[in-house]
Design a protein around this ligand. Structure first.
Ligand code: SF4
Length: 99
């Protein structure tokens, strides 16, 4: 089910002929709200990875000195702890972005 279908269902907008509509502004407000995320048991938002692919060492948020990360979302997930818990070529997270 798409977000719009979900919102429409919650608002009982099936009766468009009665003038019952949700504004696009309201839909966008709902879309911006944080949602829940589910991961497979063997996956976390940040985790050890095999060498050679996406990794901290080739991420724009990596700070080489001290092996730190300055991505605001990763920091939030880590409760402010900027220290990357593995070698920079063996760790990655959902917020990776190429340098
Ligand atoms: S991959 Fe994630 S943890 Fe590593 S530097 Fe980038 S944002 Fe930070």
């Amino acid at each position: 089910m798409t977000l719009i279908q979900d919102l429409v269902g919650k608002q009982d907008i099936g009766h468009v002929e009665n003038g019952n509509m949700i504004s696009l502004t309201k839909i966008l407000e709902e879309a911006k709200k944080p949602g829940s995320v589910e991961y497979p048991k063997n996956h976390k938002p940040g985790m050890k990875v095999t060498k050679g692919g996406s990794m901290c060492a080739n991420c724009e948020y990596w700070i080489k000195e001290g092996n730190l990360c300055n991505n605001e979302y990763w920091l939030k997930w880590r409760n402010g702890n900027a220290k990357i818990p593995n070698a920079a070529d063996e760790y990655c997270c959902n917020w990776w972005h190429a340098q």
